[in-house]
Design a protein around this ligand. Sequence first.
Ligand SMILES: [Zn+2]
Length: 492
Amino acid sequence: MVKVPTTHGHDRCAAADAVVADAGQLPLPWADASPRLGIVRRLQAGWVQQRAKALLAHAHQRSAYYRRHHAGWQPADGWAALPPVHKADLMVHFDDWVTDPRITLPAVRAFVADPQRIGTDFLGRYAVWSSSGTTGEPGLFLHDGQALATYATLVAGRGDAGRLGAGLWQQMALRGGPAVLLVATQGHYAGISFWQRQARLRPGLAAPLHQLSVTRPLPELIEDLNRLAPIFLSSYPSMLSELAEAQGDGRLHIRPALLWAGGEALADAARQRIEQAFEAPLGCDYGSSEMLVIACECAQHHLHVNDDWVLLEPVDEAGRPVPPGRASHSVLISNWANRVQPFIRYDLGDSITVATSPCPCGDPRPTITVQGRCDDVLQLAGGAGQPVRLTPMTVATVVEQAVGRLRFQVRQSAADTVSLRLALADSTQPGVDKAAALAALRSLLDEQGLRRVRLRFDPQAPQAEAGSGKLRQVVRDCKARDSTRSAQAHRP
Ligand SMILES: [Zn+2]
């Protein structure tokens, strides 16, 4: 059954309301409100129309960027005539993009430069999340109170609690133990920032919250997890796979009631292994720094789009619509919940496929599959020859933090050799960036007991995949796969 979403009272001004009233019907891709839709879907179609029109009116009134970008557009032209927006262009025009004139790019940059402020509110009212994405330059994203309340409602109502029911929470309360988030904790990333904000606002909620940094060595993390005995554990699929292996061979012995995965693609085989190792269900959702809760998983493991709060338009290389059943080149998203930094037909860069038939679970919202980050786990030889694995999110986050850019590539060519490629052509300080990235990677390798692993700089530019055009940031070359496989064979 579809849950009716909580509305949070739009902070609309009278002028914006007038524009909305004048705009008439705005032909959106799905919100046709036809009788073939059930009553709840017809209601939702109406809300979506209102939310879309209200956001457009607000953007045209308060954002100089959107006024220029949409100049000449009329509602009668239709939604699809609105030109898409791209992160690089929006970041150049940041101060014109945001709808609160007190927000400036230098001020937001200064805010995210301070790790003490992770999870706190900028100007006392906005969450700020930096990056991420798998291509291009990092972005800085602000979310207002209505947006944050919407994300919290979606997480609680359609995510873990919605799917797994109240029984799970009762079990968690009875068994006790903390909730642990094991992610990149050193930057203002959406996951850790939203988590810390929720913990700050709701100190008495459910289980106590702990965070662990994925950049720490695996044996230390295992020790901490054994000590903490989490009832809930959330991390990247690649890290949960590592932990499942440790649970299988007895190094790790925890009994979480629920596991949660995000940030990377989750393969069915990996899900099965993780669920079997921990004897607990694994949930996942699909979100980004631009819209935290784009789709939530149902009991059939299908991702249902929260299409009453976000519009997804799959597109091909030329920006043309891609029909259900075919993988898109990218996807344009529009986030109806956030007013402070409007995302209207924003090119997210992810490839998605919309399902051609309704989900057997009965929820009429469309389902998608996402071709997410598909980077490799690095498998390196430790000091005593033992294999040490580094998850792609860990490696990518360390480099991204060091140089503030996403166009780089860490490649493993042998069990003891790693190289770094950086797109230095667009850097204003190539020497500094190169030194910072190498130092950050060296420090990570040393921390993980990989002092013998050679790290070299490869002057080639990062290479995008021939087929998809996507840039994989962390790659293990075939030769390295073979040499590591033989190293693993010698594992005691
Ligand atoms: Zn379903």
